[in-house]
Design a protein. Sequence first.
Length: 43
Amino acid sequence: MKKVSKLYRRFFEYIDRNSKHIGDFRNISAISPIYRFTDKKRQ
């Protein structure tokens, strides 16, 4: 059980470190349909 908690701690530390990048990824996924729509308009 101790081993698992250590793994979780490392995982959450990784998320904390990369929270900005995760947020950027979420923004990209939200923006991508808009880009697709504008691409269709251009064609």
